[in-house]
Design a protein around this ligand. Structure first.
Ligand code: HEC
Length: 130
């Protein structure tokens, strides 16, 4: 594990953190920088990273719905994970990383899925959905 991250650090530096690598890692990085603050230990009862039992019903809501709701904010979960500059895409990729380490198997959202997530967020903003 440590060796692997050393290797990726080296290849990252070698490529001056080339965009494709940075893209591939951005979900994980965002998770570590933002989401892990609460989701690593379950602060305020946040569903814990890797807790498959807790994530099961959330994952079952589907990617568009769960991502949209969480980005908008729900109960103890702050909008954008409390990181005002986080884009929908950045947030979605971080969630894919968390889900895929908690029993799910999601892909990073394509343009169509992102558009649907945006609609979900907008609907919440407009108060069309609670
Ligand atoms: C300040 C703490 C905090 C941070 C940072 C945070 N979360 Fe959360 N999150 C929570 C809490 C607390 C809940 C549980 C909300 C509840 O059910 O009351 C939650 C719930 C969720 C849920 C489930 C939402 C639902 O519909 O029940 C998702 C998905 C989620 N977070 C994703 C993320 C992602 C992705 C990030 C990082 C980009 C993130 N969170 C950052 C505290 C946080």
């Amino acid at each position: 594990m440590r060796f692997k991250s050393f290797i990726s650090l080296v290849s990252c530096l070698a490529a001056v953190c080339g965009s494709s690598l940075a893209m591939a890692q951005s979900g994980e990085n965002t998770y570590k920088q933002v989401c892990a603050n609460c989701h690593a230990t379950g602060v305020l009862n946040a569903p814990k990273f890797g807790d498959k039992a807790k994530w099961k019903s959330l994952i079952a809501e589907g990617q568009v719905e769960l991502t949209g709701h969480a980005y908008f904010g729900v109960r103890g979960m702050p909008p954008k994970g409390g990181s005002p500059n986080l884009s929908v895409e950045g947030f979605a990729n971080a969630l894919v990383y968390m889900v895929n380490n908690s029993g799910g198997n999601w892909s990073p959202p394509d343009a169509k899925t992102l558009a649907a997530i945006n609609n979900e967020v907008e609907a919440r903003k407009a108060g069309l959905k609670k």
